[in-house]
Design a protein around this ligand. Structure first.
Ligand SMILES: Cc1cc2nc3c(=O)[nH]c(=O)nc-3n(C[C@H](O)[C@H](O)[C@H](O)COP(=O)(O)OP(=O)(O)OC[C@H]3O[C@@H](n4cnc5c(N)ncnc54)[C@H](O)[C@@H]3O)c2cc1C
Length: 398
């Protein structure tokens, strides 16, 4: 919500290039944006609670923990059950560096009362990139420090290259190979950058160094639940491998940290727990997005992944420049990349960076689920002029 509102602000300001007047006077009311977000999130959870009550499901508030394999206490109140589903989510990690407590995580950033003028982001995964871009588009000075050799490790290389170019244009400083050493009281970050000590002054430091599953406060050992890398160790039915009456879903199961995964896994685990293990998880077609500005959408294999599996592939790249809708909207910064199997023409991967990438990548996901070949999708009629048309043109490209 924060990101989409800031994107609207940024694009509206860019409207001067389309002949709109007065855009230079546009301002962003950070406090109002945060308050609106809180109102909307609250209304969502109120709606959910009413739905649960209507189904006769009791809500017990408090911190739950196991005291026996089939027994939980919630702030002293005992609850027992034959089958149990763990859905305790994840929580932001805090690296063990001096001064880490002076930094904020994404949980706090979305409640900040004031927009920081200078933000140092520690971590170049999806959360670091999303907040880094959002704050930069809202005119904060953003520096992003990534420990590994590259940002967005799961991205296709071509998409990452364009993202880095766009980041430079947005004046985001991205440094890789960084070892953060400390955060001082005035929020200056001290780090080793390729063997040299550097200081990064900030008004806020955002730690975006991963979100481990939040299972340990539940005392899973009291129920015999094995945990691996902080998540419940489950089989393909989402059943605990060590305690068969217990299932785990969403971030607690630790596979993919996405809201629709939790939505999909919840009913699946409930079905398996109550009716026996009938449904296996299937993530074979798994579209996902990173809400940078512009966004990234991807489904299937990256070029590197396809090659590492020994597949013979053909690759098509189509710049947003070729898409008339992008030109009309002044949103030409973008790329569609298709990876297909050479012999079968099967679509193996689709990677998009650019305006509405998060939506248009889903066209490719549907095509992949339906088994459409690249050339079949490339010869379809589509609505013109649309950004989604870029996918069909990329499929048609040799
Ligand atoms: C900044 C940020 C941006 C994100 N953006 C996206 C996005 O754009 N798209 C997307 O798909 N996903 C996104 N995600 C990921 C998504 O939010 C999570 O994958 C999703 O919420 C996981 O759902 P869940 O039900 O597993 O856990 P949660 O939604 O975290 O719910 C867990 C619940 O369990 C409660 N709980 C925990 N421990 C206990 C206990 N011991 N006793 C009782 N209750 C307990 C918690 O209070 C919480 O209410 C984002 C996450 C973050 C942090």
């Amino acid at each position: 919500m924060l990101v989409s509102t800031i994107e609207l602000f940024w694009r509206a300001r860019e409207g001067r290039k389309l002949g709109l007047k007065g855009t230079e006077n546009l301002a962003l009311d950070w406090k109002a944006i945060i308050e609106r977000k809180d109102r909307i999130v609250q209304s969502w959870s109120k709606g959910k609670e009413a739905g649960l009550s209507a189904l006769g499901i009791a809500i017990v508030r408090g911190k739950a923990k196991f005291v026996a394999p089939r027994e939980i206490t919630v702030d002293g109140k005992k609850i027992s059950a034959e089958k149990i589903i763990i859905a305790t989510g994840s929580k932001p990690g805090r690296p063990d560096i001096p001064g880490a407590a002076l930094a904020i995580t994404s949980d706090e950033l979305i409640h900040l009362k004031e927009q920081p003028a200078r933000l140092v982001v520690v971590g170049g995964g999806f959360i670091g990139l999303e907040f880094g871009f959002a704050l930069a588009r809202a005119d904060s000075k953003v520096t992003l420090l990534q420990s590994g050799p590259q940002i967005g490790p799961a991205l296709d290389d071509a998409i990452r290259d364009l993202l880095l170019k766009i980041a430079r244009e947005a004046e985001i400083d991205i440094l890789t190979g960084v070892e953060v050493r400390s955060i001082s009281k005035d929020k200056t970050v001290e780090a080793q950058v390729v063997g040299k000590t550097q200081s990064f002054p900030a008004d806020q430091v955002l730690l975006a160094t991963g979100r481990p599953s939040n299972v340990s406060p539940l005392q899973p050992q009291a129920a015999g639940v094995d945990v691996e890398r902080k998540a419940v160790k489950v089989n393909e039915y989402l059943q605990s491998v060590s305690a068969p009456h217990i299932y785990a879903v969403g971030d607690a199961a630790g596979k993919h940290q996405h809201t629709p995964v939790a939505w999909y896994e919840g009913p699946l685990a409930a079905h398996n727990a109550l009716k026996g293990n009938e449904r296996k998880v299937d993530f074979s077609i798994f579209p996902s997005a990173i809400f940078t500005i512009p966004a990234i959408g991807q489904v299937g294999l990256t070029q590197k992944e396809a090659l590492s599996r020994g597949l013979k592939i053909k690759v098509s790249n189509l710049s947003y420049d070729y898409n008339p809708a992008a030109g009309v909207r002044n949103e030409t910064e973008g790329l569609v990349k298709v990876i297909a199997e050479e012999q079968t023409d099967r679509i193996l991967g689709l990677h998009v960076i650019g305006a509405h990438a998060e939506d248009i990548v889903q066209l490719g996901a549907v095509a992949m689920r339906g088994g459409l070949k690249k050339s079949e999708m490339g010869s379809m009629h589509y609505v013109f002029p649309t950004l989604g048309g870029a996918i069909f043109d990329a499929m048609a490209a040799g």
